[in-house]
Design a protein around this ligand. Structure first.
Ligand SMILES: CC(C)(COP(=O)(O)OP(=O)(O)OC[C@H]1O[C@@H](n2cnc3c(N)ncnc32)[C@H](O)[C@@H]1OP(=O)(O)O)[C@@H](O)C(=O)NCCC(=O)NCCS
Length: 157
């Protein structure tokens, strides 16, 4: 059974392992996520929050999120990743639900997630839609020609 908790320094190796096996991510994605992670676990005032899903045999996935300091009551999710062999078991949903429950505790109005329109992110889009997120904005050709940025939103208050 998975338990969701905040990450600690000891989790970095396991998280790096999950990232390295995430074929949907480019090396730039992996680098960017690791930078956020090092800042989070090593920083004096971390910019991002990381939670992870853990089973008896180790980490199964993780997510990174934060409140948007320029907006009133908005949580943003930056990364949700589940180890390939642990997918379709509800881990992604558990991670998003955990963020949602923290957002509700903090009286947030909405949770926003940006993603891409291409086939690499099909599982992600399906997960967001199954969890009640709606694609409210499309920036055509944002990443490159034919690859749009989608902004998914869940209004919670
Ligand atoms: C997106 C991702 C996090 C989903 O994780 P997951 O643990 O497989 O998701 P869950 O098992 O919680 O699935 C949630 C729902 O989506 C459905 N779902 C997920 N992947 C699916 C697939 N490939 N086909 C059909 N349904 C799928 C599940 O059936 C489930 O629905 P249900 O709860 O109503 O049964 C995972 O695929 C992943 O790590 N992808 C690569 C990284 C990525 O793209 N991250 C997002 C951008 S940062």
């Amino acid at each position: 059974m998975n338990v969701i908790r905040h990450v600690a320094r000891d989790d970095i190796t396991g998280m790096r392992g999950i990232l390295e096996h995430t074929s949907e991510f480019s090396s730039r994605d992996v680098e960017c996520c690791l930078e956020c992670l090092h800042e989070c676990v090593g920083g004096v005032e971390p910019t991002y929050k990381f939670i992870c899903a853990v089973e008896d045999d180790g980490l199964t996935g993780f997510a990174c999120y934060d409140t948007d300091t320029l907006a009133d009551g908005v949580f943003e999710v930056y990364w949700v990743v589940v180890a390939p062999h642990k997918r379709k078991n509800g881990v992604g949903r558990m991670l998003l639900e955990s963020i949602e429950s923290e957002a509700k505790k903090e009286n947030a109005r909405m949770i926003a997630i940006e993603t891409e329109s291409g086939p690499n992110y099909e599982n992600a889009r399906r997960l967001y839609e199954k969890c009640g997120f709606v694609s409210e904005a499309v920036l055509k050709d944002f990443y490159h020609k034919g690859e749009d940025k989608l902004i998914y939103v869940k209004r919670i208050g």
